[in-house]
Design a protein around this ligand. Structure first.
Ligand code: NAP
Length: 247
């Protein structure tokens, strides 16, 4: 049995990951930013399939929220053995020349600083030499990190490049302390993130141009995350796994 914290666990890829954890009978802490109804709905769905679930509101870009989130997850569910650093945002498509400072700050605050703060808490709490139980950390990057996302969001793409590099470095820091750190790089996936970027049908519009000719489903990404979390991935560390339909 594992105890897993999922940032941005209430909707999209995070929700499907929570459900797969629940199906294995694991305990799940579901972090979210503001949509309490979605978080409670996901928690209820996790319980229905056999898991234990709590919801934790908090902004990953705020240090105090991140520390409180890790504290609450461990207090309510027991010591964490898995963390999915998944919360991430996009902004409407535009070339870099048009991007405002406010937009750039928010993208990097949530996607980079947020991920680093969560990864730092993992590094403080999971390693055996720090009193933790070891475990697995899975970061959710994007194939945007190697495509660059020109004219859409090079800010987002760069933020995911930082996730890839974090994965490589932290994996080496923690490998001897019982903690495996890996990343999944999804391609175009059907979730509400595209609507938040102003184009609800983006995954289908661009998914049609990929080698598989379709976008991915959130559960197809979640399956890869679950494998990296699980003991079956016992020799995987520092891996960056593309799940992108060949894109
Ligand atoms: P989504 O459907 O938009 O869901 C986003 C989740 O993150 C929600 O649970 C949301 O909570 C939470 N969240 C947003 N900002 C947060 C913050 N500051 N602090 C804490 N939680 C926050 O997104 P998704 O498509 O599942 O994306 C999940 C991850 O996959 C992201 O890192 C994204 O970059 C990556 N990804 C997605 C795709 C894709 O095509 N969908 C492709 C590649 C990579 P609320 O509901 O409360 O807002």
């Amino acid at each position: 049995m594992k105890t897993v914290l999922i940032t941005g666990g209430s909707r999209g890829i995070g929700r499907e990951t929570a459900l797969l954890c629940g199906k294995r009978g694991w305990s799940v802490a579901i972090n979210y930013a503001g949509n309490t109804d979605a978080a409670e709905d996901t928690a209820e769905a996790v319980r229905r399939v056999g898991g234990k679930a709590v919801t934790i509101r908090g902004d990953v870009a705020v240090e105090a929220d991140v520390i409180a989130m890790f504290d609450k997850a461990a207090k309510e569910l027991g010591p964490l053995t898995g963390v999915v650093v998944n919360a991430g945002i996009v902004a409407p498509s535009q070339p870099l020349a048009e991007m405002s400072l406010e937009r750039l700050e928010r993208i990097f605050d949530v996607n980079v600083l947020g991920a680093y703060l969560c990864a730092r808490e993992c590094a403080r709490r999971l390693p055996l030499d720090r009193g933790g139980q070891g475990g697995a950390v899975v970061l959710v990057s994007s194939v945007a990190s190697r495509l660059g996302s020109p004219f859409e969001y090079v800010d987002y793409a760069g933020s995911k490049g930082a996730i890839d590099t974090l994965t490589i470095g932290l994996a080496k820091e923690l490998a001897r302390q019982g903690v495996r750190v890996n990343a999944v790089r999804p391609g175009l996936t059907e979730t509400e993130i595209h609507a938040s970027g102003g184009e609800p049908d983006r995954a289908w519009r661009l998914g049609a141009t990929t080698p598989m000719g379709r976008p991915g489903r959130a559960e197809e990404i979640a399956e890869a995350i679950l494998w990296l979390l699980s003991d079956e991935a016992s020799y995987a560390a520092g891996a960056i796994l593309d799940v992108s339909g060949g894109r």
